[in-house]
Design a protein around this ligand. Sequence first.
Ligand SMILES: Cc1ncc(COP(=O)(O)O)c(C=O)c1O
Length: 321
Amino acid sequence: MDRVRDRMPMSAPDISEEDVRAVAEVVRSGRLALGPQTEEFERLIAEYVGAKHAVAVSSGTTALHLVVRALGIGPGNEVLVPSFTFAASVNVILYERGTPVFVDIEPDTYNLDPEDLARKITPRTKAILAVDVFGHPAEWDAILRIAGKHGLRVIDDACEALGAEYKGKKLGGFGDAATFAFYPNKQMTTGEGGVVVTDDAELASLCRSLRNQGRGEMGSWLEHERLGYNYRMTEMSAALGVSQLARIEALLAKRDRVARMYSERLSGLEFVRPPAPSFSPRSGRGSPDRCWRRWRPGSPWWSPTCGATTTSSNTGRTGFW
Ligand SMILES: Cc1ncc(COP(=O)(O)O)c(C=O)c1O
C-alpha cells in the first residue's frame, strides 16, 4: 500500500469544467488583478450572506487581520477568543500586539461558552473574536448581548461556516464584520482567498484601502494614505469564486450527503461522538449540516496526533487542525 497515495483526504475541492473555463478566460484576458471579477465576486458574496459590503482578499487570515487592524485593536487591548480554534484566529490579534484572552468552549459544539465569555471581561477588553467552529454557529444572541452591555467590538470568524445560519439568518451579518475563507478544504474555493463582509461602509472602505497598500479608493496608484498591505485577491481566484458560488447550494448539499453517510456508518460506535445536533431547541441554532462536520473520538484517552493550539478546561481536550 502506498501510504501517501492511498490516504483519504479530509476534503478535496470540487472543480467543474465551467470553473476551469472561467479561470482560463481571465488568464487569456490579461487582466489578472484588480478587475471586474473581483468586483463581481464581492457583489455576489455580499448578496449571498446578506451583508452590505464585501472586500475580497488573499486568505481568511488576511481578512481577519484587516478587521482587527481596522477596528484599531492594538497594544493593551484584550480580545476574547475561544480556546479551541484554528491558529489564525489568535495570530491576527498578536500581529497587532493585542492580547488574546482564551474563553472556554462548550463541550457539545466546541464554540465559546457565553458564561465564561462574560467572566473573562476586564476593563482592558476591547473586542470579542468569536468563531463558528466546524461550521456550527456560535451562540450569537448571547455574544451580542454581552458585547452590547460592555461596549465591545465583535468579529465573527466564520472562515469555516459559509452558508450556515443562526436562527434563520445567514452568518455574515453578526457583529461589526465577519470573515470567510476559501482555501481548497472549505465549502467553496478560490484556491487561496478570503473575504470581509460588513454593513459598515467606513469599515469596508478602510479594509479596501488596507488590502491595497493603503491607497485611497479615489486616489492615484502612487498615493498611499496609510500603512497598508498587499492582501488583494487575484482575478483568477475571483473568477473561480464567481463560478463556485453559482453552485454553492449543490456544493453544500454534497457535503451534507457525505455527512449523512458518515452519520449512518459511525452511529453505534461507542468511542465516536457525533457532531452537535443541527438544531438545538435550547439555542435555536441551525444548519451546521450545511457546513462542516466533525466526528470526535470520544474515548477518554484520546489525544491529538498533530499540531496543537490550546486546551479547554471544559472538555479537557486540546484543539488541533
Ligand atoms: C477558523 C478559521 N479562521 C481562519 C482561518 C484562516 O483561513 P486561511 O487558511 O484562508 O488563511 C481558517 C482556515 O482554515 C479557519 O479555520
